[in-house]
Design a protein. Structure first.
Length: 262
């Protein structure tokens, strides 16, 4: 009998992470679900088709010092982790000139350093097994910066640099990396986005509200990871911006200056 694969998903209490949990559960994976809200994770677990194959592990990316212990706990659930889907993170809606440095630091601590700390904690397990896969949910703004998202874009750009390097350094260890770049997905991310003083925006972006469903996004994530893709763009027509920037950078900059992107 073929052994079931184990995926550990961060930010699994809502949005893309929650939808991804259901998608991988439907495919027969054993799940480890992490987020700060353990109660919400229990609700996700109960809604999975095989809740007995789901474990809950509360996790706060702002506490890098707990990552080694949390990783050992995650491994102990099923004896291994095959895939770690880095999905947890926080967004931003504020101008550079108005944003406190503490807000910039918070975005980097959660989105970049927390993810790096967890990666470094599980990397020895992957190396020992000579197998493992990192799925990293970045963003289209990991490919280009847009107004009101300066530190958020910076944190996502940083993830690309880090994981492209990891992919090259650990190719011989059979460790894969899939960079997942969603555009506008219909989640609560804009509601929780940090404003200039660090308080949440508490409103849904119009573009977000009209974006791709989390379920369709999860389907794309599932296909990309299971087919060992290196990088995928996920979303609607907004993904064309990546190609516009690449081939017509001055035009892209002009459009971006005039765009109502908040």
């Amino acid at each position: 009998m073929k052994e079931l694969k184990v995926i550990w998903i961060t930010g699994a209490s809502s949005g893309i992470g929650k939808a991804a949990a259901f998608r991988f559960a439907q495919a027969g994976y054993r799940l480890i679900l992490s987020a700060r809200n353990a109660e919400a994770l229990e609700e996700v677990k109960a809604a999975c088709p095989t809740p007995d194959l789901v474990k809950i592990l509360s996790l706060d990316l702002e506490k890098p010092e707990v990552m080694p212990a949390k990783t050992q706990e995650a491994i102990s659930f099923f004896g291994k982790v095959d895939t770690l889907l880095h999905n947890a993170g926080i967004s931003q809606r504020s101008l550079i000139k108005e944003t406190g440095l503490s807000v910039d630091r918070k975005l980097m601590e959660i989105n970049f350093f927390g993810t790096v700390a967890l990666t470094k904690a599980i990397l020895p397990h992957f190396i020992q097994n000579q197998s493992g896969h990192f799925g990293v949910v970045t963003s289209l703004v990991g490919k280009f910066g847009t107004p009101y998202r300066s530190a958020y874009a910076a944190s996502k750009h940083a993830l690309h640099g880090f994981f492209e390097t990891l992919r090259a350094e650990h190719f011989q260890d059979q460790i894969g990396v899939t960079l997942l770049c969603p555009g506008f997905i219909r989640t609560q991310i804009s509601i929780h986005a940090l404003t200039a003083d660090g308080t949440p925006l508490n409103q849904m972006d119009e573009a977000q509200e009209q974006g791709m469903s989390p379920e369709n996004c999860a389907d794309e994530i599932f296909k990309a990871i299971t087919h060992n893709k290196e990088e995928v763009l996920i979303g609607g027509k907004e993904i064309l911006a990546v190609y516009l920037k690449r081939f017509f950078p001055k035009l892209f900059s002009k459009i971006l200056r005039k765009a109502k992107v908040r």
